[in-house]
Design a binder for this molecule. Structure first.
Ligand code: UDP
Length: 448
């Protein structure tokens, strides 16, 4: 019997999916993993960026929520966006849950993304268990609180600290590694208010590996005082459903097939980051001057003031046409698993790190916002599986690509990241720590 054909357990797990790609993907992976364990699944989602039901088993239920959001405003306030979604979606979520309860044939457990925290308060109001799901690194969690505390004390990063200094009691983080470097004071004030309103979860699920983030997970446990389940990397626990908001350009795989092993630098800055054209000009020339082969995923609209590739400096496409390919959206997991890929130049979103580590690919790290600063510190300084690009200047870029692709230093990094690949592989095998943690989560849900 296929796992999805097995008899359903008498519990319906209702998950909330946010309109952010990097949150929705692991949420749907978790839904798939729990479905394979026998739970019935419902996915509540915003009208903005809804999941496509045809990519999921036919017995998944989709619960559209009411929101008026039309797009993620990259230049607008993140906190306003979160406030709006939490205010607008609450009533429709409560209606759905009330109806499901009245139908009465299954017990209900809610698993909510941390940005959709309205779901926890509704669940608690209706006497249901509410489990929080986090799709960032566990290391980000304590770092976020440090940043918030500094703000409450009216202390500001650049003004009050030497950015290269280690934050006391938070080794290895330096002040420059603390999250949301670009957020305004008002954003921090609002974030403080938002998070102080959140209901307390019955348990915590984290898309990470315990052996990778043991210390940070201990801090999570200390904070919440409830069971914590580290079940990552989720994309390796279960066959990943298709979750892309943009169409994947699979022609790049045919192009990769023709390249030599480990000869290509794959470049992508995820689904959200907006880049500055001046920085990109330096990146482009550094890349061209390195003489290295590359596959570059450039999301339309991801460069301020440009629709797609108009930001590229004159002569770049001509100069690199024999050794480079640019696409709008790549099948990233497949790309990273390809024999031709030798390095990943990334903004270091947590999904990208897990996907990259799971395939043993070294990284060039270029953080832009939010948790990416914290993640980069761990990738480059603690796990030593990547190099941090700190100066956006063509000579520096060229040198970094060579260090990783051609030097002894790159070979050492490759050995370490291959060890991590093995660790990730073992974690999700039968008897592995993440798979065991998933089994514990199943028992926890059954006991709710
Ligand atoms: N991704 C992709 N194709 C691309 C760029 C990104 O499939 O061309 C996927 C990538 O595999 C990852 C997600 O988008 O799962 C990005 O998530 P991440 O947490 O790394 O960054 P975010 O987009 O949240 O900043």
């Amino acid at each position: 019997m296929e796992e999805h054909d097995r008899k359903r357990l008498p519990i319906l797990v209702v998950l909330t999916a946010t309109p952010f790609h990097g949150h929705m993907t692991p949420t749907l992976q978790l839904a798939t993993a729990l479905h394979a364990k026998g739970f019935s699944i419902a996915v509540a989602h915003s009208k903005l960026n809804p999941p496509n039901p045809s990519n999921h088993p036919p017995d998944f239920t989709f619960l559209p929520l009411f929101d008026t959001l039309l797009a993620i405003d990259h230049s607008g306030s993140f906190t306003n966006f979160i406030n709006t979604i939490n205010t607008e979606c609450r009533a429709s979520f409560k209606e759905h849950l009330t109806r499901l309860i009245s139908e009465g044939n299954k017990r209900i457990v809610v698993i909510y993304d941390n940005l959709m925290f309205f779901a926890a308060s509704v669940a608690i109001e209706l006497n249901l268990a509410a489990i929080i799901f986090r799709s960032c690194s566990a290391a980000y969690f304590p770092a976020f609180f440090v940043r918030q505390q500094l703000h409450q004390q009216n202390r500001f990063l650049e003004q009050d600290f030497v950015m290269q200094d280690i934050v006391p009691n938070h080794h290895p983080l330096r002040y420059k590694d603390l999250p949301f470097a670009q957020s305004s004071i008002e954003d921090w004030r609002q974030l403080g208010v938002i998070f102080s309103k959140q209901a307390h979860p019955s348990a915590v699920i984290w898309n990470t590996i315990r052996s990778l983030e043991d210390e940070s997970l201990a801090k999570v446990k200390e904070h919440y005082q409830v069971p914590v389940f580290a079940v990552g990397p989720l994309h390796k626990i279960t066959p990943s459903p298709q979750t892309n908001f943009l169409k994947e350009d699979i022609s790049c795989i045919t192009w990769l097939d023709k390249q030599a092993p480990k000869s290509v630098v794959y470049i992508s800055f995820g689904s959200l980051v907006t880049l500055d054209a001046k920085v990109l000009t330096e990146m482009a020339w550094g890349l061209a001057n390195s003489n290295q082969r590359f596959l570059w995923a450039v999301r339309p609209g991801s460069v301020s003031g440009h629709e797609w590739l108009e930001f590229l400096p004159e002569g770049f496409l001509e100069e690199t046409k024999e050794r480079g390919l640019i696409v709008k959206w790549a099948p990233q997991k497949e790309v990273l698993a390809h024999f031709a890929v030798g390095a990943f130049w990334s903004h270091c979103g947590w999904n990208s790190i897990l996907e990259c580590m799971s395939e043993g690919v070294p990284m060039i790290c270029q953080p832009f916002t939010a948790d990416q600063w914290v993640n980069v510190r761990y990738v480059s300084y603690v796990w030593k599986i990547g190099l941090e690009l700190e100066v956006f200047e063509r000579g520096e870029v060229e040198c970094m690509i060579r260090r990783l692709m051609a030097d002894k230093e790159g070979e050492q990094i490759r050995i370490r990241v291959n060890d991590m690949k093995e660790m990730a592989k073992q974690a999700v095998e039968i008897g592995g720590i993440s798979r065991e943690s998933l089994a514990d989560l199943v028992n926890f849900i059954l006991s709710c």
